[in-house]
Design a protein around this ligand. Structure first.
Ligand SMILES: C[S@@+](CC[C@H](N)C(=O)[O-])C[C@H]1O[C@@H](n2cnc3c(N)ncnc32)[C@H](O)[C@@H]1O
Length: 384
């Protein structure tokens, strides 16, 4: 049915959009047409008939999808539709088009082509996507990189802030597997910290939090418990973004009096260039942890980082890092909508990275958050 409609002639495009305008309650036919015309230069550059057919079919679905999204936007603006029912349509259609996008990615012979398709998808969809404050932040990356402390704070707050179609996109974003997993990761890390401080190795403990962002898990930890029996809890907070560190110091200013903070504005890549210099700064940590970083780091560098962080753990101490499980998670919405990608690994692949990182003298265990089953924590205890 769809393939019969797929001819590149302009009349066919008009006919396709006209039919949808009649069948869809909320639809922007001119946007649909505009979207369809946009794909032509890309189609002309595709070498195989196989790939051209797949991209064409997918793009008609995209035009349908975006036609409805822009139609919903107009209906919300005109008060012909309310945000909650609109949200249901937006979510189910978004899930469906992302599923089609995944199928396309798996089926294309030319892997570079998918990047161009995603880019065009964003270009056509972003005028409506930008009406969501959250999508706008994730897409425009105001700190110059994906996954800054600000967007993670938004995910933790879990509050819709936009109106109209923006409300629908905020809601879809906050309910995405990614956001649910990030919230659950933070909660699990808070619990791990509480367990660690509840059974401390001595009266003074040293904890290094790498890529600390907003330190929400620490803030929540001390809001719930104070660990008065400990003489001193020394946190070293590292992030490459000074704004994240400044934000953290502000939110942690009400911590108990036995807690000390040291902030260091470093990129972890500096540790790989000059490990000896940085080792002296950190040596002898009881606990080193990093959540929300490993998925952004390519294999060899992650191995080197694991080796460096393990080297600053004292014997008997632990290195803990969190990772998303590619078996349970496909980052479709961040990727297609916001050009926000991760290094995808499953648990075994990540364990294998640790094993080939060159570290010696450890016990390795894995724990999972059970809220989404997406995040696992690798726990490496130094034995010697
Ligand atoms: C996804 S956030 C996670 C923040 C925090 N750990 C949390 O879970 O809420 C990633 C953090 O890593 C920091 N970051 C990214 N690349 C980094 C690098 N190369 N060195 C140090 N920090 C980095 C970012 O600034 C950001 O605060």
């Amino acid at each position: 049915m769809l393939s019969a409609q797929i001819k590149n002639a302009k009349e066919d495009i008009d006919e396709f959009c006209r039919k949808l305008e009649k069948s869809e309650k909320y639809f922007d036919a001119s946007l649909c047409k505009h979207t369809l015309l946009k794909i032509h230069p890309l189609l002309e550059g595709i070498i195989t008939d196989h790939d051209r057919k797949l991209v064409t079919e997918f793009w008609y679905r995209v035009a349908h999808y975006l036609g409805v999204q822009f139609g919903i936007d107009a209906a919300l603006e005109a008060d012909r539709l309310q945000e909650e029912p609109a949200s249901e349509i937006v979510t189910s259609m978004t899930d469906a088009i992302l599923g089609e996008g995944k199928k396309l990615e798996d089926a294309l012979e030319d892997t570079a082509l998918i990047k161009k398709v995603k880019q065009l998808f964003r270009e056509c969809g972003i005028p409506v996507g930008m009406k969501s404050d959250i999508v706008k932040h994730a897409f425009s990356k105001p700190r110059g990189y994906a996954g800054d402390y600000g967007i993670i704070e938004i995910v933790y707050d879990n509050k819709i802030s936009s109106r109209g179609i923006g409300y629908c996109a905020d809601k879809r974003f906050l309910n995405d597997d990614y956001a649910r997993a990030v919230r659950s990761r933070k909660t699990m890390m808070r619990k791990m910290l509480a367990a660690f401080l509840g059974n401390p190795p001595g009266p003074t403990v040293k904890i290094l939090n790498v890529a600390c962002g907003s330190c929400r898990e620490i803030k929540e930890l001390f809001e719930q418990k104070t660990f008065d029996t400990l003489e001193k809890i020394q946190f070293t907070l590292v992030d490459h973004d000074q704004q994240a560190l400044d934000f953290s110091m502000k939110v942690l200013s009400h911590s108990p009096s036995n807690v000390e903070y040291r902030t260091l504005c470093h990129s972890v890549y500096d540790y790989l260039k000059e490990p000896e210099t940085y080792r002296k700064i950190f040596d002898g940590q009881d606990l080193v942890y990093t959540i929300g970083l490993a998925d952004y780091i390519p294999d060899q560098r992650l191995k080197d980082l694991i080796a460096f962080l393990f080297s600053v753990v004292r014997p008997g101490g632990k290195l803990v890092f969190a990772h998303k499980d590619s078996k349970n998670y496909s980052p479709l919405a961040p990727d297609w909508w916001c050009d926000w990608t991760f290094h995808l690994r499953d648990m075994q692949e990540t364990v294998d990275l640790v094993k080939s990182s060159g570290i010696r003298g450890y016990n390795l265990s894995v724990e999972r958050e059970t809220e989404t089953n997406i995040i696992f924590f690798i726990i490496i205890e130094k034995t010697t």
